[in-house]
Write a protein that binds this ligand. Sequence first.
Ligand code: PLP
Length: 285
Amino acid sequence: RIAYVNGRYVPHRDAAVHVEDRGYQFADGVYEACEIRAGAIVDLRRHLDRLDRSLAELRIAAPMGRGALVTVIRETARRNRVRDGIVYLQVTRGVAPRDHAFPPASVRPALVVTCKPMDRAAAERRAETGVAVVTVLDNRWDRVDIKTVGLLPNALAKQAAREAGAYEALFVDADGNVTEGASTNAWIVDRDGRLVTRPADHGILRGITRTVVIETARAAGVEVVERKFTVAEAKAAREVFVTAASTIVMPVVRIDGAAVANGAPGSVATLLRARFHEFAERTPI
Ligand code: PLP
């Protein structure tokens, strides 16, 4: 395996950043994770638009122009011969002697790109049975719309899910509303048959998959409402599912050990997963 690290393609086992990289010391960096399908990056433009926004919110300079970045991403996928997988890119504020405030502008941001294959058949099998989730308190900061590498609450939530034998953790705010998953956006089909997901305010990440799912659901004649919903509502919903670039649309069939509806994936989730596949397969190389 090959990784791109600050201007060089290096063997994955040798891919390292400096101990004074601000991503390492302060989680002072942002990232993106995109699906690679048949060698093409799905929805790359929207991912790079979101990266630009994350960088601008934190006042980190772009590591290079968009054209060069696209070349590095594609080249990393090509060198790894990954046809189906995930490409990960991370930009930190750079390497400087440890000091909380920003380093001088002469310190250049650091860019790392890695990629890994994924087992699409296993993902499809999982989607056919659906997954279990647990709920955890959303104790993150109030700007999780910025895709920063500061993911400690997400890592702890995912570990809680793993220890409970579940696939994902749903964050729940102090008012009992589901915000999103540890690495996914959360959705329900409510008692009136409407598809509901939380508005993309500062309390969730505006998922690229979320945007595509809203568009394809509306195109398929499904009514979509962006509003908050509670855990109680999710537990009583007709359907629950989570979305992300790595998981596409994943039906949730158990919440905190209790079955959702009849405990099987719902028709809306199944339809939207199929529509997402059609969308992704139209991605230009
Ligand atoms: N929410 C969080 C916290 C995430 O980490 C992710 C993806 O990693 C998502 C939502 C889904 O975003 P996307 O659909 O762009 O992958």
